[in-house]
Design a protein around this ligand. Structure first.
Ligand SMILES: Cc1cc2nc3c(=O)[nH]c(=O)nc-3n(C[C@H](O)[C@H](O)[C@H](O)COP(=O)(O)O)c2cc1C
Length: 345
């Protein structure tokens, strides 16, 4: 372990925006949801998010980059919200190649996905599949960091099989120059079951020389308050599913005052309706067939819908729609019911 690296890490920690007083909120990468279309539309209707991480791009074995796979991070489409591209892979040469390519597109930092829990990916020692192998992570970082043009952050879980894996991982990360570590405190095998382990996050943070970003289960104001009080030293938070189920959540967290649900019913509905229409029209422009469009919109409703009171039946109907017209008819019926938006129930 090089002392220089530790010293550098500590220096980064002290100079980091974590020392500022207000929370810095990052939109989590959610493959199939928070792509560039969503990100652009979201910031047209809501405030409070400071930065987004794009869903992962896999390294491309042959080094023959397909430009279509980089469309999501095209700089001209990502002007409204600062974005960090994320890379999934375990081959250092391919990672450096893609990282440098992204740097030349204008990205000074890329993120390494070490958290993807899906067994198909983990089996190939990618995503959370690498977490039981801190030695391999060490070799990878030793090769990639000095050679790659952009700086690097990592997004991790507590481990693949056990949350005890985290301390050996942190010991390795401490010896490398990283911008920050985003930790979702579950194991890979847990997928999304159980609860995010805030105590384990705190333990990892105490052992870590790098700035850490908390991510996991911030789904409403109550869970936000709990995490904030439990981790007062953390200033950077990443939120994923909570924003899909309540797009106002970042405004609520930052006290931007626009989402006083009980007293502001009409305005809340109007903003959600406008957001939905913009999202629908924007996806309609990019998807070739109605199947993709309706599929994507239903995905969003599976998160947003349950935040409305008594929405079970109309939502079930909505999720069964199988043509564009059918979908639009059911959406109109849904809005006409004027169900109360109660994400904080
Ligand atoms: C549908 C879905 C897709 C995801 N895609 C990615 C991804 O591309 N990269 C990544 O690092 N994490 C991905 N995640 C994990 C999230 O970024 C985040 O770590 C996780 O959802 C926990 O945060 P939350 O409780 O705020 O949602 C995904 C999660 C979900 C549910």
């Amino acid at each position: 372990m090089s002392k220089d690296f530790i010293a550098q890490g500590l220096e980064i920690k002290e100079n980091h925006p974590m020392t500022e007083n207000r929370p810095f909120l990052m939109l989590a990468p959610l493959q199939g949801f928070t792509d560039v279309v969503f990100r652009q539309v979201y910031v047209r209707h809501f405030t409070g998010i400071d930065q987004a991480m794009a869903p992962f791009i896999s390294t491309m074995g042959s080094r023959h980059l397909k430009p279509s796979r980089l469309k999501d991070v095209a700089p001209d489409l990502n002007t409204a919200l600062p974005v960090i591209p994320q890379i999934l892979g375990n081959n250092p040469e391919d990672f450096i190649y893609l990282g440098d390519y992204l740097f030349d597109m204008g990205y000074g930092q890329v993120n390494w996905n070490l958290g993807c829990p899906h067994s198909k990916i983990a089996r190939k020692e990618r995503g959370s599949g690498l977490l039981p192998h801190p030695d391999k992570i060490d070799v990878f970082l030793s090769r990639v960091i000095p050679a790659m043009k952009p700086s690097l952050s990592v997004k991790i879980r507590l481990g693949r099989h056990s949350k005890e894996e985290i301390l050996d991982l942190i010991a390795v990360f401490n010896t490398h120059k990283l911008d920050e570590i985003i930790l979702h405190p579950r194991t890979g095998e847990q997928m999304y079951t159980g609860t995010a382990d805030v105590d384990a996050f705190e333990k990892a943070m105490k052992a870590c020389v790098h700035p850490m970003v908390y991510n996991g289960d911030i789904v409403d104001t109550a869970s936000w308050e709990k995490v904030r009080h439990r981790l007062p030293a953390v200033r950077r938070f990443m939120i994923g599913r909570g924003i899909l189920s309540n797009p106002f959540l970042p405004e609520q967290i930052k006290g931007l005052g626009a989402a006083d649900f009980p007293n502001n019913g009409n305005q809340v509905h109007e903003r959600l309706k406008c957001f939905h229409t913009d999202l629908f029209n924007s996806y309609k422009e990019v998807f070739s067939g109605p199947g993709h469009l309706i599929g994507r919109m239903k995905g969003f409703w599976s998160y947003l819908g349950p935040s409305f009171e008594n929405s079970r039946k109309p939502l079930k109907k909505l999720l069964k729609s199988n043509s564009e017209q059918d979908y639009l008819d059911r959406i109109n019926e849904f809005w006409d019911m004027n169900l109360k938006f109660r994400p904080d129930r």
